[in-house]
Ligand binder design. Sequence first.
Ligand code: FES
Length: 258
Amino acid sequence: GTPASKSDKTVTLKIDGFDVTVPAGTSVMRASALAGIDIPKLCASDNLEAFGSCRLCVVEIEGRRGTPASCTTPVADGMVVKTQSPKVQKLRKGVMELYISDHPLDCLTCAANGDCELQDQAGIVGLRDVRYHPKQTHFNVRQNGEANPQFIPKDDSNPYFTYDPAKCIVCSRCVRACEEVQGTFALTIEGRGFDSRVSAGAAGDDFLSSDCVSCGACVQACPTATLQEKSVIEMGTPTKSVVTTCAYCGVGCSFKAE
Ligand code: FES
């Protein structure tokens, strides 16, 4: 969920009735995961600083108003957290419904089908129907053949991956991975509100002409098919993986050095 705390001090709190002791500075999300309770999430990840933008991880905390994001809320001694109350379940479902209402419903032909966090999390929060049916999704081609003034084409310029703004949920994981994992600042969020989108470098740049070094950290971080390896698009997702023990090839001959 969120990076581990390095603090030596510990804090004890109650999560869904269970006493949990974790290092001070741990997020409520991580403390829950350590207690075996996975809170739905989209913008959080184990290796990126918490960002708190997707609002899927909301919880209730006794004595606090509102429903804070568990990924950005640190634990405190004596805190009492509810992660599965009807209120937060309803909120998460509503948030997910809004995400899906602006997402192309092409899962069956999407390269990320079966390997998509948006798809997984929609199932986890129990979303079955979407009440909002726009004529088109934002940034995408219109289904009825009309021109879409907001249409932004896919960026195919990088030799290794594609960027499809129509599938982006603006979780900023790619932007943060570029900065925090790679130490490059090739990506930014451009525009505001509904018009915000990931952009490579200055306006008008594509990925190839930006500062991107093709490290793949952004593709790895993306929870949808917005950033997608070209090999996966062409060949599909892997159906098996091979564990290799030697560093020289990926054949998986299980050669063991003595
Ligand atoms: Fe906490 Fe996105 S996972 S706000």
